[in-house]
Design a protein around this ligand. Structure first.
Ligand code: HEC
Length: 77
């Protein structure tokens, strides 16, 4: 369910394979070593001044943390 949301909704900007598009790549390599807290803030609050929208209305903090871990694991099926 969340996997589907990420591939469809996040993929529209970050690329269907999450390798980047309008948005930066969200691959395991791209996110390796990035602090979870910073990624969590970006996902929940968006990045003002960029196309990255806030997802707080659609994702709980727990779900966003799950997404970060899943992306860092290479977005397995
Ligand atoms: C409308 C386009 C758009 C959508 C939809 C979108 N993003 Fe983004 N996202 C961006 C852009 C553009 C950036 C780069 C912002 C910048 O320049 O700092 C970004 C940045 C990010 C970053 C920071 C990456 C880094 O290397 O710092 C993360 C994490 C992220 N997005 C996750 C997501 C997730 C998860 C979703 C879906 C729930 C999503 N994005 C949906 C456009 C989008």
């Amino acid at each position: 369910m969340i996997r589907h949301l990420v591939r469809q909704d996040c993929g529209s900007c970050h690329g269907l394979t999450l390798k980047g598009g309008l948005g930066s790549p969200l691959t395991a390599e791209a996110l390796a070593g990035r602090p979870d807290e910073a990624l969590l803030a970006t996902i929940l609050n968006g990045r003002p001044g960029t196309a990255m929208p806030p997802w707080r209305p659609f994702l709980t903090e727990e779900e966003a943390k799950w997404v970060i871990q899943w992306l860092k694991d290479g977005a397995p099926e």
